[in-house]
Design a protein around this ligand. Structure first.
Ligand code: URA
Length: 200
């Protein structure tokens, strides 16, 4: 059993927060174990809870279309969520639910070791960019620790707000270029300070 499968088994049996009581099944995540790109959404919705798979409803169809537009399929990436069980009536996940689930996501990231993490929506963004506003930082790749993070609007936002659709489409188109540079961005060391360069 791989580490990802072990994490998934733990998630399916998890009772760390109240969300386990209302779930049909948990949604650990899906995709390639050695994916270069990891997408992180918010939480399962109705269809995800039914099927045990991430992004299989309307947002998932849009995500599939966006992936296709840059020549990728969901089998080539890994898709997970901040919270692994559906919140009642699709409400926002609560801080204690996010906290209860966070070690699963950390372990998934450590197991996959993606070059690029694409966050979908503000809950996923907040995990890497504390207090940032998605309207200000979407579409700007930044290094966080040893991974490059690329915050995007959630696909559902694009479906509900037609004006955002174009923004999401454009941000998505930049993913291949960012991925190609991710290695360099992750290894980039700021130049040493002038004083350190003075040898004599
Ligand atoms: N929205 C999410 O954030 N995640 C899913 O898996 C489905 C919809």
């Amino acid at each position: 059993m791989s580490e990802l499968e072990r994490i998934a088994a733990e998630i399916r049996a998890c009772t760390r927060c109240i969300l386990h009581r209302g779930r049909t099944q948990a949604v650990p995540g899906a995709g390639a174990e050695e994916a270069e790109i990891m997408f992180i959404g918010e939480a399962p919705g109705f269809h995800e809870d039914q099927q045990g798979l991430p992004f299989v409803g309307a947002s998932g169809k849009f995500l599939d279309d966006m992936l296709g537009s840059i020549g990728l399929s969901r089998e080539q990436v890994y898709i997970a969520n901040v919270v692994k069980c559906r919140p009642p009536a699709n409400r926002d996940p609560l801080p204690e639910e996010i906290a209860a689930c966070s070690s699963y996501l950390e372990r998934q990231i450590a197991a996959i070791k993606p070059l690029l993490i694409v966050t979908l929506g503000r809950f996923s963004m907040a995990r890497f960019f504390d207090k940032a506003r998605i309207s200000q930082i979407h579409g700007q790749a930044q290094r966080v620790g040893d991974v490059v993070c690329y915050p995007l609007y959630h696909p559902a936002a694009a479906l509900h707000q037609p004006s955002l659709r174009r923004v999401v489409e454009e941000d998505f188109q930049r993913i291949p270029k960012i991925l190609a540079q991710a290695d360099q961005i992750a290894k980039y060391e700021p130049p040493p300070q002038a004083e350190q360069l003075r040898l004599f």
